[in-house]
Design a protein around this ligand. Structure first.
Ligand code: SAM
Length: 300
């Protein structure tokens, strides 16, 4: 493997496309979804994931998809991604089964749920991410004739800024229940910005709303544990904000939301996925990875 190892320095207002800085993580998780999708016992299937990798021209990730077995670390990542994707898929399907018809996917990256899930008629799905990330995704999907299965509305935004006015302008209705998701996002935001994001979600959530999120590296990971973990050539430590921050579960519980968090091994048990021990690079720390679903209080 010929990985160019890079250390990125995050700065206020920094931006990226799909092959740079934080953007490459969106492509990396799409590659892992492509590997998961090809498994006979796949927990989810994303037919578009491999198309993104091909269109990106990212050499390392194209080599990876040509021969995943040569990269045990990425195969392991694909197990985690299968579990994570399925968790968020089930969250949205449960929400819509319960009557929710408005979804907001924060940091949607190359998530194709708006195209591949069975949304009930009339469901509106907002997707927020950096402009170049959204543009790349929309172009690849359009080039392959993919059609959204919901009323999808892409919205370029920096989630460190206030995106609420733009969301309302795009047709978001704060009087109806919303299914929010922030998957693979929180660690890329400074701690204070995470609080602001949560406040905005809380403020815009009508009774009956929900939020699903995950936070792998916010609690319990020492610098030593993170050192040397590369995500397709970019050192993960450099992309994350390691500053002190609120525990998401406690933050929402304190505001009256009903919360339910599971750790990764519980998710593996729930979905019957045994992660081969020799692939488990997070063996000592994976209990830190949490998947949280929160339901808004029934206040008027
Ligand atoms: N949720 C997607 C998924 O699971 O496939 C993408 C996850 S990827 C690990 C992280 C995503 O967060 C990227 O798409 C990146 O562009 C987005 N992101 C991180 N910080 C952001 C910010 N300040 N504004 C907008 N998007 C951001």
């Amino acid at each position: 493997m010929n990985v160019e190892e890079r250390w990125i320095v995050r700065t206020e207002g920094d931006t990226w496309d799909i092959v740079s800085s934080v953007g490459v993580t969106a492509l990396g998780v799409a590659a892992e979804r492509a590997i998961e999708s090809a498994r006979s016992d796949a927990l989810m299937r994303d037919p578009y994931a491999e198309l993104f990798v091909a269109a990106s021209g990212h050499e390392e990730m194209n080599r990876l998809l040509a021969d995943p077995a040569a990269r045990p670390d990425a195969v392991q990542g694909s197990h985690f991604m299968g579990l994570r994707s399925r968790y968020f898929d089930d969250y949205f399907l449960t929400a819509t089964a319960g009557g929710v018809r408005q979804a907001v996917i924060l940091a949607s990256g190359l998530d194709t749920r708006a195209y591949r899930l069975a949304w009930p008629a009339g469901t509106v799905v907002f997707e927020l991410d950096q402009p170049d990330v959204l543009e790349f995704k929309e172009k690849v999907l359009a080039d392959h004739g993919a059609c959204p299965a919901a009323d999808r509305r892409g919205m370029a935004a920096d989630l460190r800024d206030d995106w609420t006015a733009a969301l309302l302008d795009a047709g978001f209705d704060p009087t109806v229940p919303t299914a929010w998701a922030a998957e693979g996002l929180l660690a890329y935001l400074p701690g204070a910005t995470q609080d602001l994001l949560f406040e905005r979600i809380d403020r815009l959530s009508a009774p009956g709303s929900g939020l699903a999120t995950d936070y792998a590296w916010l609690a319990g990971y020492s610098d030593d544990e993170l050192a040397g973990i590369y995500f397709e050539g970019v050192e993960v430590r450099g992309l994350l904000y390691g500053d002190a921050r609120a525990d998401p579960d406690a933050w929402f519980a304190a505001r009256g939301w009903h919360t339910d968090a599971v750790v990764l091994p519980e998710l593996a048990t729930r979905y019957g996925r045994r992660i081969p021990a020799d692939l488990d690079r997070f063996n000592s720390t994976r209990n830190h990875v949490r998947y949280l679903t929160a339901r808004s209080p029934l206040r008027g």
